[in-house]
Design a binder for this molecule. Structure first.
Ligand code: GLU
Length: 552
């Protein structure tokens, strides 16, 4: 067979050579050990939580080693693409503070190893497709869908492996006349790889997460170019990661079974394969069955990264939580470095779970409460305002009407060595601060069972006559304690526990009544600070309303 002739017949317009491509994309000049990674999402408009796991891993490996982190858009499958799919991806990464050194932008790109959108890289793929044909390593296949499905039926009937391989590969080694005739008829063709693999032999892969893996060699004559000239994932991956000089491919473990194909292709093209790290899938415990299963795009809203943004989880919390899932020693590091920026953590692929990361919403909430508790009031104010502006406009208007007051509200029990850990996400703030705002406040003076309405009325009435915003915190508490005995309560909790029958209750009960009268809540942050922010008139109005409710 005259392969050169075949190559010219199939790719008459390709004049560039593999050397031209090597010159266009020279090896990168980076320090020893620098890793070049890439995030390579398809623009489907859906960002799975797993994509974010991968992106953080890519980013860490690159930036911890003084390397490069790229964004490549894998847009070869037009059917899966949605409008603004690329923008969605880019905005999510921006939101989470994952900075690319090179890659696609919403309207363009930056970097010397582009284009960073696969559909714009057709010329590169075609140079290599042509080269493989010239070397007898790829050939055109004119099979129709019907032929392929009838082949599959025959294979199934015979009980042999399905696919296009060995003796089943109908266009493998076909004479030039057949190819010329098919081309002359205008038949559609795909370019297939001429596989030399023997499935009885094994390839040995050292995956950076999974360790040593043996897999049978690939014997399938896989498609490299589809009939429209667009490459398949397999071929694009090989060409792109070679010419972008990627050193480490981090991708979901669903790709692991394709590695033998990729290794064979790298070899056929004469390139060195990158190192692979196949990251475990994100799992959850199914609420109904209690069984562990994959986080599903269809069933689980939390499979989408956008869910966390909409719910108002701060990016810091999401990243912190993902770090706990990605590296088994992250939590120990965190205990030793409680306030350190999580990007300072020495991320290590070796500490990654091999079997799957279990996503646990309750754990995320705990992590997030902790992260939020360590934020400054100014940051909380700004983040809540930014979230609410987009997702809860009514609350935004209320919350931002007096920024200084709202900042002071979120500062209660914050910026101290033992901050409260009440808020897990910004969407909870509306309810959390509701009693500060007349538009949101809903009075509810329900008492705990151990306190009677008449006692509550007496407490509220006394406090209404006595409270003073001029008190400092000690005076404020002394005043409440001082109210106890005349009302039949004791200021001393221990004393109450010793002789419960001698008292109606203790100072905690008295404070509870005041708290409920002022906020309609049994549990709030520091009441002294709350009162300062409510102000004299509002305190009087609320105590008056509670008194009325208890005496009616
Ligand atoms: N486009 C592929 C995906 O979204 C990329 C896999 C890879 O990183 O190579 O799964």
């Amino acid at each position: 067979m005259d392969y050169q002739k075949l190559a010219n017949l199939l790719f008459p317009n390709v004049t560039a050579t593999p050397e031209d491509m090597e010159n266009r994309y020279p090896p990168r000049k980076l320090p020893e050990g620098a890793k070049v990674t890439r995030m390579a999402p398809s623009p489907t408009g859906f960002m799975h939580l797993g994509n974010l796991f991968g992106a953080i891993t890519d980013e860490r490996l690159a930036h911890q080693s003084g390397g490069i982190f790229m964004l490549r858009i894998e847009d070869t499958d037009k059917k899966r693409e949605v409008e603004n799919g690329v923008e969605t991806i880019i905005s999510v990464f921006k939101k989470f503070g994952l900075n690319f050194d090179e890659g696609a932008l919403a309207d363009g790109e930056f970097g010397d190893y582009g284009p960073y959108r696969q559909r714009q890289r057709a010329d590169i793929y075609h140079v290599f497709a042509k080269k493989l044909v010239e070397e007898g390593k790829a050939y055109p296949c004119f099979c129709t869908e019907e032929e392929l499905s009838s082949m599959r039926e025959q294979q199934e009937a015979k009980g042999v492996n399905t696919g296009y391989y060995g003796e089943w590969a109908m266009w493998r080694g076909r004479p030039m006349e057949d190819i010329e005739a098919a081309l002359a008829e205008g038949k559609a063709w795909v370019l297939r790889f001429y596989s030399e693999g023997n499935p009885e032999k094994y390839i040995h892969l050292t995956d950076l997460v999974k360790g040593k893996i043996d897999m049978p060699e690939n014997d399938q004559d896989i498609v490299l170019l589809k009939s429209d000239g667009i490459p398949t994932y397999h071929f694009a991956h090989v060409c792109d990661d070679h010419f972008m000089r990627t050193t480490h491919v981090i991708r979901g473990e669903e790709w692991i079974s394709s590695v033998p194909k990729h290794i064979a292709l790298f070899k056929a093209c004469g390139y060195r394969a990158p190192k692979y790290a196949h990251t475990p899938q994100v799992m959850k415990i199914d609420e109904e069955t209690g069984a562990k299963r994959k986080l599903s795009k269809r069933k689980d809203p939390e499979a989408a990264v956008s869910y966390f943004v909409e719910q108002g989880y701060p990016k810091e919390s999401v990243i912190e939580y993902i770090m706990t899932l990605l590296n088994s020693n992250f939590e120990d590091w965190r205990r030793a470095n409680p306030t350190e920026d999580c990007w300072k953590f020495p991320f290590n692929l070796k500490k990654m779970s091999v079997s799957g990361c279990l996503f646990d919403m309750a754990k995320l909430n705990d992590v997030s409460k902790n992260v939020i508790s360590l934020m400054s009031a100014d940051k909380v104010y700004a983040d809540v305002a930014a979230w609410a502006e987009k997702y809860d406009k009514e609350f935004y208007d209320i919350f931002t009407a007096d920024p200084a007051r709202s900042t002071a509200i979120v500062n209660i029990d914050r910026e101290n060595p033992k901050p409260r850990k009440d808020i897990a996400k910004w969407s909870e703030v509306r309810n959390y601060v509701a009693y500060f705002f007349p538009e949101l406040y809903k009075p509810d003076f329900t008492l705990p069972e151990n306190i009677s309405r008449s006692d509550a009325a007496a407490i509220v009435e006394k406090y209404l006559g006595e409270f003073s915003l001029a008190d400092d915190k000690d005076q404020w508490f002394a005043r409440i304690k001082g109210m106890c005995e005349p009302l039949g309560f004791t200021p001393n909790v221990k004393e109450y526990k010793k002789n419960p029958e001698s008292y109606k209750g203790h100072v905690g009960d008295v404070s509870s009544v005041i708290r409920i009268a002022l906020t309609s809540r049994r549990n709030t942050p520091d009441l002294y600070s709350i009162m300062a922010l409510l102000g004299e008139d509002e305190i009087k109005a609320r105590l008056g309303a509670a008194l009325k409710a208890y005496t009616e």
